[in-house]
Design a protein around this ligand. Structure first.
Ligand SMILES: Cc1ncc(COP(=O)(O)O)c(C=O)c1O
Length: 652
């Protein structure tokens, strides 16, 4: 076989498809990250090793603010180009919907990513509004207030105009109009109102239900007309400043975007007739991310580029307005996923592997004289390329039969163990023979599912990649080093949670979903790091505390003026006492409870006073420690505690 190269790894993991120019593999065989175009690349593995040396343990969530800047610039440039092409007279404002990732450092970095062009912020709840009010200081900075609102929310939003911001309160539900009017009267602030329409045209992709007839948000056209009527009756139609719609996130098909744009642009022109002070057309989110790099309308992909998106948005609005000779509105997009997904990578380490072993050429010695087991051993001995299809179906029915015999008590544990191991070895050998067949029988597909290694990794799917569990979203995943060698093990990834759903067994593929990932053999004495990419959108705030695995350590990496990578900030992950605090255990109560247990044990003589001191010391150390596991190598490198805790046997 030819020598494996880094190019093979780039193709194997389809990096050119999803990497968007930010990710590649360097000469050392490590993943490299180029956060800013035409500037230096960063060796991801070096960063992880540096962090480990500093005592910052994996899993690490690594954020590249340069990528945020680059993504924002890309979106702005796409709109600039489209506006120039279609002689568009209005402006474009990129607005970040903070729900996509509300972490303070992310919102701050996104604001800076506007790079002089400004960046609007969108909020969908009171907590989001309060967070944004503390940092949004751009003069006349756009503050879009979406989501369900109460009086308090609206009052605060209105008063934000006195801070120099430009809050626009979007009516999502008809009743909100009345609350806006009441709050406006009480505060003396003239509201700037957005109307959210509910487009009839549906999106395409997993969130298509966000638009269309039974959508949760937005006004029907008759409600928009009624809202305008009520405002007109008060002489307040000039308060209508914005028309908004959102057709769902991760729109996979450009045709769906064109269709909804036509409808929205028409509504805008009609609204302009009724409320000529209107200025903005807010096209919501939906700009997709090509997670699997297939460039198709598959759920984890998108069949268009940012440039095509911008062209279609600008063209449809320009055409509708030009037809009626009305001014081009300022276009706003609330592109959250497209802005943030690429900038964050989770790096986890493998803790252990359950490998599918290499099968022996002859069956193991029989544990008894059972006739059925003898038949199985004969099947194993006689397996050949010619009979392997027949042997496969016989083996499947034997598997069922052995289970029944065991349940009925006609088979011992040792006999069943022999059957189980022999069957697994038999399936492995059949799978090996499969590679030599000209025509592979369809039912052999099941073999793939049976014969995969499990790589146990130090992370929680529920904390760091919730969408994989909840909605089968695919993310690019690959080792971040050893990429000059071929990955020879076929595997799935299991997390630390005691939940059978806590695993990743669906991976990106050009033709759909791949049920395994190829990884390198785990060597045990050295760390093996796996990166989970494009997780900067939605995953952090959706993540939960299943099994009390908390926030991971987070680091921010930027290039300094000389292009050298710098870790600009480290946010330590949750400690055990913090996550226990979330479920109402205070440190004081915990320590008091353990003291009580220890006192009893010392009194009863099951624990020596010396051991009680060590136990308490370890308990307190653990409370202040990370919720994830501490990787240990057999030679002691990276071990959790330098000095092992020796417990005296039998108390005194
Ligand atoms: C109203 C609104 N705007 C914007 C977004 C962000 O969408 P995306 O992340 O697809 O850009 C969402 C997310 O669902 C949304 O509900």
């Amino acid at each position: 076989m030819e020598q494996w190269t880094i190019q093979n790894s780039i193709e194997q993991y389809r990096i050119d498809g999803w990497g968007a120019g930010f990710f590649s593999v360097n000469e050392a065989g490590n993943v490299s990250v180029t956060p800013e175009k035409d500037r230096s690349s960063v060796d991801l593995c070096n960063i992880v090793e540096d962090l480990v040396r500093r005592g910052i343990k994996p899993p690490h969530l690594i954020r590249f603010n340069g990528i945020l800047k680059q993504r924002a610039q890309g979106i702005y440039e796409a709109f600039d180009k489209a506006m120039a092409e279609f002689e568009y007279k209005g402006k474009y404002i990129l607005t970040y919907p903070v729900k996509v990732n509300q972490q303070r450092q992310v919102v701050e970095a996104v604001r800076k990513a506007g790079n002089g062009r400004g960046m609007g912020l969108e909020v969908g709840s009171k907590p989001e509004l309060l967070a944004v009010l503390s940092m949004h200081d751009a003069p006349k900075g756009l503050l879009l207030c979406n989501g369900y609102k109460d009086y308090q929310f609206i009052e605060l939003a209105l008063m934000a105009s006195k801070l120099g911001l430009r809050p626009i309160i979007t009516v999502e539900q008809f009743y909100e109009l009345d609350t806006i009017l009441r709050a406006s009267e009480a505060t003396g602030v003239k509201p700037e109102i957005g109307l959210r329409m509910n487009p009839t045209s549906r999106g395409a992709g997993r969130w298509a239900g966000s638009a269309g007839e039974n959508a949760k948000f937005g006004l029907a056209l008759y409600e928009i007309v009624e809202a305008v009527k009520q405002l007109k009756a008060r002489g307040m139609e000039s308060c209508v400043k914005l028309l908004h719609f959102h057709m769902g996130s991760q729109i996979t098909s450009i045709n769906a975007i064109k269709k909804v744009m036509k409808e929205a642009a028409r509504v805008y022109t009609e609204l302009f007739r009724l409320c000529p002070a209107i200025e903005f057309l807010d096209v919501g989110g939906g700009l997709g991310v090509d997670y699997d790099g297939s460039c198709t309308n598959f759920e984890s992909s998108m069949n268009y580029s940012t440039e095509q998106y911008a062209r279609d948005v600008v063209w449809e609005i320009a055409e509708a307005c030009n037809d009626l000779a009305i001014p081009h509105p300022t276009i706003v997009s609330e592109s959250g996923r497209a802005l943030t997904a690429h900038h964050a990578v989770l790096v986890t380490e493998v803790m252990d592997v359950a490998e599918v072993p290499e099968p022996p050429t002859v069956p193991d010695p029989l544990p008894s004289n059972d006739e059925k087991l003898k038949d199985l051993a004969a099947l194993y001995r006689d397996l050949s390329l010619k009979n392997c299809h027949e042997v496969f179906s016989d083996a499947l029915s034997m598997r069922e039969e052995f289970l029944q015999l065991f349940i009925q008590g006609s088979m011992t544990l040792e006999e069943r163990a022999f059957a189980e191991r022999t069957l697994r070895n038999l399936f492995t050998r059949i799978n090996q023979l499969k590679g030599k067949m000209k025509h592979v029988p369809e039912d052999f597909e099941a073999l793939e599912g049976m014969l995969k290694d499990t790589y146990f990794c130090n992370f929680s799917v529920f904390q760091s990649m919730l969408d994989h569990w909840a909605i089968d979203q695919l993310f690019p995943i690959m080792p971040i080093h050893r990429l000059t060698t071929q990955p020879t093990r076929r595997a799935i990834i299991a997390d630390l949670t005691c939940d059978s759903d806590g695993k990743i067994d669906k991976f990106i593929d050009l033709k759909g979903v791949q049920r395994f990932i190829d990884l390198h053999p785990y060597r045990g004495d050295q760390p093996y790091y796996i990166g989970m990419f494009l997780i900067g959108a939605y995953q952090e705030c959706l993540g939960n505390l299943h099994n009390l695995f908390g926030d991971t350590n987070v680091v921010h990496v930027e290039l300094d003026e000389n292009g050298a990578p710098r870790i600009t900030s480290i946010v330590e992950g949750d400690t055990i006492k913090e996550v226990l605090g979330y479920v109402q255990y205070t440190q004081e109560d915990l320590i008091h409870g353990v003291h009580t247990q220890i006192d009893r044990a010392v009194f009863q003589g099951t624990m020596s006073p010396e051991d009680s001191a060590k136990f308490m010391q370890r308990y307190k150390e653990s409370l202040s420690g990370y919720t994830y596991l501490l990787w240990e190598s057999p030679n002691g490198a990276g071990n959790a505690f330098n000095e092992p805790l020796k417990i005296a046997q039998g108390g005194q």
